[in-house]
Design a protein around this ligand. Structure first.
Ligand code: HAM
Length: 412
């Protein structure tokens, strides 16, 4: 039955996969907050024109991947394909585009109509950080440090690739050069691809098409179009990364798929993922806020693919907590009463009050298989004596506690 199927590329998330996704989100939030980034939530629906003006109307995302629809009034809306444009729109909408440096983070679903494959979904989740208002490379270093720490905490090995793509002027000159360069090969390139590359020639650089790769063997790199200041800025960011002890390589073909980038761009690549190997991407977008009608403010940031990362991390160990089983129906209410008191005392303690009807030994097995550290079974006797036998499953040791001692043991 069609209506019971999920939409292609938009799977339900549950069990171990969901645990890994939550774990990635928790680590991201913890690291973002440790750098004093503030959470920002923007709507999932935006006007499609926002992305035409930011990601660029010749970008693959806007050309082919946006989920768009007219609402009941006939306005053309879309499901957001990425988070940066929404944050910038929100800065302008809410008059937050002032000179104060701002650091925002977001976590949430994004939507791109791409061909689903390993590591690529149509609804996927991103965690992103945007640092607005600082033109210096210190801001780039800060967001790269955030990214590095998240990956370190998740125990993910990835290669940081960086490039510098100059300012809007340099990019325009380089585009013109590439357009002309490609003209000589018009007859050897697929017509549709040629047309696309004439509109957005920069994308030729990271094209996966073997013919294009061959054609571009002798093409000039963008660095050959840099002025003195741009050369120095690229040197400066490299020096600061080295000083900060951050490993990286320079990828001169790294141009990113969104049109708003200028200056430093970067990606983290994992060798564990196959074709969809970019786990995190970002860079500077010094003209975007102004282009969207706000003040001229420099900005830099990144977003990471939560789903992609969740595929290459180990499931977090969820041990801990206490499983409170019961021997009869009446004792279930008693178990709930005790658990409620424990929860009030210690909000971080995970407690399961078992509601099923399994026998004592099956309850013990459940507690063990669900990695609880403690198990306690209550019955008529415990209700009368208010003494409890608590078993530490990790140490395989049991001890008896009064109600007061039990609450004290788990307090804090
Ligand atoms: P992006 O490179 O398009 O950048 O996406 C960032 C990350 O999202 C990618 O590295 C990848 O891990 C993940 N991702 C992208 N598409 C998919 C997909 N279809 N399925 C699963 N994961 C995916 C941006 O979106 C920019 N807004 C990043 C940024 C923030 N730049 C500056 N600030």
């Amino acid at each position: 039955m069609k209506d019971l199927k999920t939409i292609r590329g938009m799977p339900d998330l549950y069990a171990e996969e969901m645990n890994r996704i939550s774990f990635v989100e928790d680590v991201c939030t913890e690291i973002f907050r440790s750098f004093n980034f503030q959470e920002f939530r923007t709507p999932i629906l935006e006007n499609k024109s926002l992305f035409e003006r930011s990601a660029g109307d010749t970008s693959d995302i806007v050309q082919k991947e946006v989920y768009e629809f007219e609402d009941r009034k006939g306005d053309l809306l879309c499901l957001r394909p990425e988070g940066t444009a929404g944050i910038v729109r929100a800065l302008v909408t809410n008059g937050l585009d002032n000179d104060e440096i701002k650091k925002y983070f977001y976590i949430g679903p994004m939507f791109r109509y791409e061909r689903p494959q390993k590591g690529r979904k149509r609804q996927f989740y991103q965690a992103g950080a945007e640092l607005i208002g600082d033109p210096s490379s210190n801001a780039d270093i800060e967001v790269i440090q955030v990214a590095n720490l998240i990956l370190e905490k998740l125990n993910v090995k990835a290669e940081l690739q960086i490039n510098y793509i100059g300012c809007a002027d340099t990019l325009e000159k380089y585009r013109e050069y590439l357009r002309n360069f490609l003209k000589d090969f018009k007859d050897t390139v697929d017509e549709k691809l040629y047309f696309r590359l004439q509109r957005n020639p920069i994308r030729a650089l990271d094209s996966k098409d073997e013919n294009i790769k061959k054609i571009l063997k002798d093409v000039k790199k963008i660095k050959e179009f840099f002025n003195k200041e741009q050369k120095e800025k690229f040197q400066d960011i490299q020096k600061k990364l080295l000083d900060a002890g951050v490993d990286f390589i320079i990828n001169e073909n790294l141009v990113r798929g969104l049109d708003y980038y200028t200056g430093t761009v970067f990606e983290y690549i994992s060798s564990e993922l196959g074709a969809q190997n970019a786990i995190l991407g970002g860079g500077r977008y010094d003209n975007l806020i102004e282009n969207l009608g706000g003040k001229k403010l420099p900005a830099t940031g990144f977003a990471l693919g939560i789903d992609r990362l969740s595929e290459i991390i180990n499931e977090p160990k969820q041990s801990g907590g206490i499983f409170i089983g019961s021997l009869d129906a009446e004792s279930k209410s008693f178990a709930q009463k005790i658990a409620y008191q424990l929860r009030k005392n210690s909000s971080n303690l995970k407690i399961e009050t078992y509601l099923g009807n399994a026998n004592l030994s099956k309850q013990m097995k459940k507690a063990d298989s669900q990695s609880f550290k403690f198990v306690m079974i209550v019955g008529q006797e415990e209700q009368k004596s208010l003494k409890f036998k608590l078993k530490d499953l990790e140490l395989n040791k049991s001890f008896e506690l009064s109600e007061k001692e039990l609450l004290e043991y788990f307090s804090g």
